[in-house]
Ligand binder design. Structure first.
Ligand SMILES: [Mn+2]
Length: 321
């Protein structure tokens, strides 16, 4: 945490009468949680200030708040704060440079520098936790309502896979503990996060009924373009189901093979132990030890990947026994 820089951000927030917060395109829980959490924090603390959020909306995070129609003239003389966005191209509202002063608050590895103040903290597994750092630094000043607390908790939950991903540490829980101490109500959050379309639920049924297993325990599902259309889901939604295959006790490795536009086959590969990135590297892909991706092109190549993963699973099982 850079207290000196957070102090400068606080002073800018205090200085401006109108503040426009910008999440990234194709918004997720973290950028919307950070945007609406920060908005609530500023509005509740300084009722005379006008705080707007401009950008796209996504169905599953609408419960955090709705975006505003912001005119070009509103940017003049305003403080603009971009949240959870490493490079300016990804900001949903491209008028980010039309304000008086631009602040970037993000937790991704620095790609493009932008902003008059650039606050990047890669130690925080969610941008919402940086907003909570700002809150904690000025806890005598800043206030939050239930709405803001919910937004900040939601972003933390979604970006950490509900506290499961690497990067979660004691600071994460200490920041969230503050919200609980203030009376955070969590029921609505979990109900909203667990909502899934009927189409995707039916498709999940398909995945669980039709997955296959290799000899040495690689669970896999093949998803064609036609299948996606038949079930009325998007490819991104379908691919998000990869971890449904991670529950089988005799399968240390699992993969979701999906046919992208123009019949291009790609794989999401997951593991409970074997280093799947070593295999992914050989198939025009890469990633982490337990989570990788590969670009296969054809279904024939997918077969080769399955053979390589099966070998890896076999070796793993031998070494474990
Ligand atoms: Mn994020």
């Amino acid at each position: 945490m850079d207290k000196e820089k957070l102090q400068r951000i606080h002073e800018k927030i205090r200085e401006y009468e109108r503040i426009i917060i910008l999440p990234h395109a194709r918004p997720d829980g973290d950028c919307m949680g950070a945007a609406f959490g920060l908005k609530d924090m500023i509005e509740t603390t300084y009722p005379k200030k006008e705080v707007l959020v401009s950008g796209e909306e996504a169905e599953y995070v609408k419960f955090l708040g709705r975006t505003d129609e912001v005119s070009d003239s509103a940017f003049k003389g305003s403080l603009v704060i971009a949240v959870d966005t490493a490079n300016p191209d990804r900001i949903a509202d491209q008028r980010y440079d039309q304000g008086d002063f631009l602040i970037k608050i993000d937790h991704h590895i620095l790609v493009d520098s932008f902003g008059d103040i650039e606050y990047v903290d890669t130690e925080r597994p969610a941008t919402t936790l940086i907003i909570l750092d700002l809150f904690a630094l000025h806890q005598d000043t800043y206030k939050l309502t239930q709405k803001g607390m919910k937004a900040l908790y939601t972003g933390t939950l979604t970006d950490t896979g509900r506290f499961k991903y690497p990067g979660v540490d004691g600071d994460t829980f200490r920041a969230i503990a503050v919200l609980y101490d203030m009376g955070l109500e969590t029921e609505e959050i979990f109900l909203n996060l667990d909502v899934r379309s009927e189409e995707l639920t039916r498709f999940k049924g398909y995945v669980l009924q039709n997955y296959k297993k290799t000899e040495n325990g690689v669970a896999y599902i093949e998803i064609t373009h036609e299948l996606i259309e038949e079930y009325g889901v998007t490819l991104e939604e379908a691919a998000s189901l990869v971890n449904e295959l991670g529950v089988f006790e005799d399968c240390p490795v699992w993969t979701l093979l999906a046919e992208y536009e123009e019949k291009e086959v790609r794989a999401r590969i997951r593991s409970k132990g074997p280093a799947v990135n070593e295999v992914a590297n050989r198939f025009d892909g890469g990633g982490h030890k337990l989570a990788s991706g590969a670009n296969l092109g054809t279904w024939d190549r997918a077969k080769e990947l399955l053979e390589a993963l099966d070998e890896l699973a076999a070796r793993y099982k031998r070494s474990a026994s």
